[in-house]
Design a protein around this ligand. Structure first.
Ligand SMILES: O=C(O)C1=C[C@@H](OP(=O)(O)O)[C@@H](O)[C@H](O)C1
Ligand SMILES: C=C(OP(=O)(O)O)C(=O)O
Length: 455
């Protein structure tokens, strides 16, 4: 796989107790939606707590290329949006780097406009087919020109007037749901999206906050129907972005696993569509105390006190997958140190990530001595609470495939395994979760770059 910059391997070693209080950067899903909706809405949007990783830099560049004015004043991002329906044609291709979700959402947002928009990305992004988003856009009248098999680079051109559709999302995917709804914003009439299971609901909640005419109905089996009236007025908002629960997962699991640890993580988003990992870890016996639960800007938020715990294996049901989809790699690491067997079901969606995350996790576990079985859509991990024999004494590196969550999960593993754990690259941690290394080492984690070694 080609790299924009040379890979930077790193090693994690058994660490002393982790302690301290940390604040995690803003939730990335809410961050890039804040920029998109702020860039689209008429008037001023002010955002605090925005994550400043690649997701956000890339999304803000894309929105600027389509007419939004975005600047930063101290800690506040100030956006003057174009008004719904008034994006302008980007002059150059929109480069989404390593950010799959931002790419899919912006395809929905601008794809229905009556001009060309071109999307490019890094090697990891270019490998995955975009059909799941392009199919409903085609139904709305969008013309698609792409590399073979719906791969990047892709150019979209909307019709003069897009057709509203009723779309039943074939898989639980917040990205696909959101892309169709965003396309519906510039489509006359009602766009309806039916999702089989509830996925993260930030698009619906936030669009309502910006003034969209949007209604949600939940059925008895947890599926939902969302109706959006297109071409309505969106008005700028004030948004305070809470801490990212998916980023929280790494110090949280590290604190559970490293003996005698006591770590507090403040201001974490606790939206119920995002808390599957915490539920699962609590069922495994994790001591996670939810302190000062509160409502902030329409979202549930809390502080978490995490103390090292003896974990027991559990079965994680398929229905929980959408609320913890990005957390399976680090859950698999927790399971490697739990007593007994952990069975994770319904993991089909992990195969559609950049890269196939189920295969990447299973390969990393095996390389580090973990007894596990990779099924087509399941992962079974038999844990070793004492960490004996786990890790890789020879220094063989986990293949991260440009995936920041694979890299961070295995670095967490190395903090407790008998032998160190090496990962072949951390460059994408530096762009996707830039404060990870400092936060972790500040708590006492022994993670170091390996200078001068090509993985
Ligand atoms: O909507 C979003 O912001 C996201 C949705 C999820 O993807 P899927 O919709 O493919 O499950 C998640 O994995 C991704 O990191 C962010
Ligand atoms: C899958 C993820 O993001 P993306 O799709 O944006 O690469 C993620 O953040 O775990």
């Amino acid at each position: 796989m080609s790299h924009a910059s040379p890979p930077k391997p790193a090693i994690a070693r058994r660490s002393p107790a982790l302690s301290g209080s940390i604040r995690i950067p803003g939730d990335t899903s809410i961050s890039y939606r804040s920029l998109m909706f702020g860039g689209l809405a008429a008037g001023e949007t002010r955002i605090t707590g925005l994550s400043e990783d690649e997701d956000v830099v890339i999304t803000s560049r894309a929105m600027q290329a389509m007419g939004a004015a975005i600047r930063k004043d101290g800690d506040t991002w100030i956006i003057n949006g174009v008004g719904n329906g008034c994006l302008i044609a980007p002059e150059a291709p929109l480069d989404f780097g390593n950010v799959g979700a931002g790419c899919r959402l912006v395809m929905g947002l601008v794809g229905v406009y009556d001009f060309d928009s071109t999307f490019v990305g890094d090697a990891s992004l270019a490998r995955r087919p975009r059909g799941r988003v392009l199919d409903p856009l085609r139904d709305m009248g969008v013309q698609v020109r792409s590399a073979e098999g719906d791969r990047l680079p892709i150019t979209l051109r909307g019709p003069r007037t897009a057709t509203p559709i009723t779309y039943r999302v074939p898989m639980p995917s917040a990205q696909v749901k959101s892309a169709v709804l965003l396309a519906g914003l510039n489509t006359p009439g009602i766009t309806t999206v039916i999702e089989p299971a509830t996925t993260r609901d930030h698009t619906e909640k936030m669009l309502k906050g910006f003034g969209a005419d949007l209604a949600v109905e939940t059925d008895a089996r947890g599926g939902r129907t969302i109706r959006l009236e297109g071409r309505g007025r969106l008005t700028g908002q004030a948004i305070d972005v809470p801490g990212d629960p998916s980023s929280t997962a790494f110090p949280l699991v590290a604190a559970l696993l490293v003996p005698d640890s006591d770590v507090t993580i403040v201001n974490v988003l606790m939206n119920p569509t995002r808390t599957g990992l915490i539920l699962t870890l609590q069922a495994m016996g994790a001591r996670i105390e939810v302190i000062n639960p509160r409502l902030a800007g329409g979202e549930d938020v809390a502080d978490l006190r995490v103390r090292s715990s003896r974990l027991k294996g559990v079965t994680v049901p398929e229905e929980r997958a959408p609320s913890m989809i990005d957390e399976y790699p680090v859950l698999a690491v927790a399971a490697a140190f739990a007593e007994g067997t952990t069975t994770m079901l319904g993991l089909d969606e992990l195969r559609g990530k950049e890269p196939d995350r189920l295969a990447a996790v299973a390969a990393g576990l095996k390389l580090n001595g973990v007894d596990c079985d990779e099924g087509h859509s399941s992962l079974i991990v038999r844990g070793r609470p004492d960490g004996k024999g786990l890790g890789n004494a020879a220094g063989d590196a986990v293949a991260t495939h440009l995936d920041h969550r694979i890299a961070m999960s295995f670095l967490v593993m190395g903090l407790v395994s008998q032998h160190p754990v090496t990962v072949d690259d951390t460059t994408m941690i530096a762009t996707r979760f830039p404060s990870f290394m400092d936060l972790m080492t500040g708590l006492g984690a022994r993670i170091e770059p390996i200078e001068g070694k090509a993985a």
